[in-house]
Each structure stands twice: as C-alpha cells, then as structure tokens.
Design a binder for this molecule. Structure first.
Ligand code: DON
Length: 309
C-alpha cells in the first residue's frame, strides 16, 4: 500500500503544474476573484489521522457542499418524510434547472440540485427564525469539524442574495406547488448563507468524517447519525452529488462525493476516509476540474473506489 502522505504530495505537485484548470465561477465577484492556481487536499482516515497537502488550510466558499450537511439535519428533523417533498434520483440536468420542476409537479429530483436543497433548507428552517436556522447550520459544522473558527463569509452571502434570481424563481415556483412551507425569501435567506460558509480542506474533511465511519465521530465517540442513515446519505452523494456529471464522477473516481461551485469537493470512502479537495476552476457542468482529477488519482492509488481496485 503506498504511503498516503506521499500520494497527496505527488498529486499536489501534478495539479500545481496542470495547465488546463477549468474556469473559476464568475457569477459573483467574490468567487470570480479567487486565484485559479490554488490547490489543496486533506484526508482524514478512520483512525483520525489527518494528512494534508498544498493549500489545505486556506478557506474557500463551500457553496453546494453545504447541502450534504443540511440534508443530514433535515433527515434528523423529519426522517423519511423528507422523501415526500424531494426525490432521490439523478436529475440529468444542470444544478439550477427549472424545466424538470414543472413536469414533476414541484417535487425536485434530489436534495442536491438547487431546488431540492431549497426544500431541504425549508425543513431545517421549521420552527426557527432564519437567523436561528443559519446559526444551527453553522453550529453543526463547527461541532463536526471540532472547530469554532468556521464562519460565514458575509460578502459572499450578500452577493448570493443580490444575484440569486434563478433561486428566487425556483423557490417561488415550488411555493406555487405547495412544496415550500415558508415565504420564499425566508428560506432563501438561509440557503444563501449556508452556501457562503467558508471552510478549509482540513475542516471539511473533518466535518465529513461521520459519513465514512458509519455515522459516529470516532474522535468524540458521538453518534451523529445511524449507520443506516450514513449509508443512505452516501448513496445520494454517489448518484446525485455532481449533478449531471455524477455518472462521469462515479466512473472515474468511484466514491460518494459532493461538489460546490467554489471548487471544493467532499468525498467519502466508506469505512476508510473522508477527503476534501479544492481547486477553484470548474468544468463544463460546474464541478471542480482538477478536484475531480485529484480524487481520481487518489482513489486509484489507494484502491479506494467503492467499485473495486
Ligand atoms: O445556489 C447557487 O447557485 C450557488 N450558491 C451554489 C451552487 C453550487 O455550488 C452548485 N454547484 N456546483
């Protein structure tokens, strides 16, 4: 078995030298201004050992990776009742697509496309004021990563709010079908803030660890979710975590994972490791281009694809 730290250093060297880095998201200035040369990777293994390389301590906008954590919270709130309001099938459409919603009566295909994530956030908001729900999401991430320094980037949250016309449309559309319990702007206020959480690869790998360890945080011994639920969240990540690039990601990388337009990817190797990678340039479907390549190299080197060596 190769030495994990050596593998990470080799991957980081190769990714630093890569010329085709994809395109940094440019829908808000805070993301457009991120240096495409950045690359970081962090892996925490089941025994709690942390391995980092490159810019693993630098924070970036986690964006849609937050959807994994709100999904975990929403399932904790209402359990399988969630699946009456959101499906769990790959969408085969862009993450912010609106057409499918009309054909499917306002029930989003899965919790990771924007429409589905907005429904999930609507569940997390139940019984709270928006600022309390935002606080609960942040608190959950700080608890999982055992790190109280995790914050929301206020400038990103403001820009998301100012430019989120497509998300406003999705939320209003679902409200018209009765699939949103709160006023759209209240649910969206929470959604825009969860997307604006800033974390490093190290923090993100720690936050995702419970999904690799059957739902229990081995550091604290605390059970976050049941093994059954961890397994199912992983299944949705594998099939839907990269939008209409999910099949390709499973083919090349072969692990449950969730991407964000900030260029981060959180990957789970069940029973073995939690991985976070960050490279800001995106491919044509909005997933980190070098992040996926780095994960492919890592899972191949370590024999970590869930489909075999
Ligand atoms: O809602 C949006 O469109 C963005 N704040 C986040 C989308 C995102 O990360 C999609 N992922 N690749």
């Amino acid at each position: 078995m190769p030495i994990l730290q050596d593998v990470l250093e080799e991957i980081t060297d190769a990714m630093r030298r890569a010329e085709d880095r994809g395109r940094v998201a440019d829908y808000i200035p805070q993301l457009a201004g991120v240096d495409p040369a950045r690359f970081g990777i962090a892996v925490v293994t089941g025994d709690g050992a942390m391995h980092c390389a490159g810019d693993a301590e630098e924070t970036f906008s986690i964006q849609s990776i937050s959807k994994v954590f709100t999904l975990t919270m929403a399932l904790g709130r209402i359990g399988d009742g969630l699946w009456r309001r959101v499906g769990r099938e790959p969408s085969g459409n862009a993450f912010n697509s609106i057409v499918q919603l009309e054909r499917e009566d306002g029930i989003p295909r899965n919790p990771f496309i924007n429409a589905g994530a907005i429904v999930v956030t609507d569940v997390v908001l139940s019984g709270h004021e928006p600022r309390e729900a935002i606080g609960a999401i942040l608190h959950f991430l700080r608890f999982l990563a055992e790190d109280d320094s995790i914050i929301i980037d206020k400038a990103v949250a403001r820009s998301e709010t100012l430019t989120g016309y497509r998300n406003v449309a999705l939320a209003n559309y679902m409200k018209s079908f009765g699939n949103l319990n709160h006023e759209p702007e209240r649910t969206l206020g929470v959604y825009f803030h969860q997307c604006a959480i800033a974390m490093s690869c190290r923090q993100l790998a720690l936050a995702g660890r419970f999904l690799a360890t059957g739902g229990r945080n081995p550091g604290t011994g605390f059970r976050v979710v049941s093994p059954e639920r961890a397994k199912r969240i992983n299944a949705v990540m594998l099939t839907c975590g990269h939008y209409d690039g999910s099949g390709d990601f499973a083919y090349h990388v072969g692990i449950p994972a969730k991407s964000g337009v900030g260029g981060g990817i959180l990957g789970v190797v069940p029973g073995k490791a939690s991985i976070a990678v960050w490279s800001p340039g995106l491919n044509a479907v909005g997933n980190s281009q070098l992040g996926a390549l780095a994960m492919e190299r890592l899972t191949r080197a370590m024999g970590w694809s869930v489909f075999g060596p």
